[in-house]
Write a protein that binds this ligand. Structure first.
Ligand code: URA
Length: 234
């Protein structure tokens, strides 16, 4: 029988506790333990499997009214062991058709940003706050966000990135559970989500309309990059 998502999640917590414990031993000068690395690795929870289980949990979702007009659920994609996660708002027309996040015009810009950061799109994980396209690309409503938010919470818990970049106001406000946040005032400043640094920046669709602000998102991305690659810090 396969392990459940809850069991896997508990395992992740155990490994995190173990990491803290080892750091504590290290502080007392104990540097090495005789560990069978292969046996240890075989016990590690499989994040791809956990994401697959989560996708199965979502199923052919009808939990909110967005299910009525969507073509496909857009679960998210990328590396399950990525150190960096991008979170957008909701799928648009092209995403709804292809069942993949950020594959329309805004997605082309996001992919360019990722590559400018020295990464490949397949190196990172890309998800959205809501998994179904709102009609006419309107903003997702509060009830739709609150119905769907637990899924991105679980994706973050499974992937456990070292840094999250939120794209646009809705993604930031929803993740931080603070509807008062204004992207123009808080972008470029780190927030904290369950001890993971969150860098808010503009949504690529906004940047398509306001290309003069692209440099600001590039500056924000570099700050996020410093969290995973301290050597690029200037
Ligand atoms: N905009 C988003 O917020 N997410 C997508 O996947 C595509 C466009």
């Amino acid at each position: 029988m396969g392990r459940t998502l809850n069991q896997e999640s508990t395992d992740l917590n155990i490994f995190r506790d173990l990491k803290s414990m080892l750091a504590c031993y290290q502080a007392f000068g104990i540097e090495n333990f005789p560990v069978n690395l292969e046996a240890f690795k075989s016990q590690l929870p499989d994040r791809d499997l956990m994401l697959e289980e989560l996708r199965k949990d979502i199923g052919e979702c009808t939990r909110c009214k967005l299910s009525k007009q969507r073509t496909n659920i857009v679960f998210g994609e990328g590396s399950s062991s990525s150190k960096i996660m991008f979170i957008g708002e909701a799928p648009g027309r092209e995403e709804d058709i292809q069942s993949r996040p950020f594959v329309g015009e805004a997605g082309v810009l996001l992919t360019r940003l990722i590559e400018k950061m020295g990464l490949k799109r397949s190196d990172v994980y890309i998800g959205n706050i809501v998994k179904c396209r709102p009609p006419e690309n309107r903003e997702p409503e509060d009830d739709e966000i609150s119905t769907c938010i637990s899924f991105i919470d679980r994706q973050i818990e499974i992937i456990r990135p070292e840094v999250i970049i939120t794209l646009g106001r809705i993604a930031l406000q929803s993740l931080m559970k603070n509807p008062a946040l204004k992207i123009t005032t808080v972008r470029g400043k780190f927030f904290d989500y369950k001890s993971i640094p969150v860098m808010p920046t503009f949504h690529p669709a906004y940047l398509l309309r306001n290309p003069g602000d692209k440099w600001k998102t590039w500056a924000d991305a570099q700050k996020a990059l410093e969290k995973i690659r301290p050597e690029v810090a200037k």
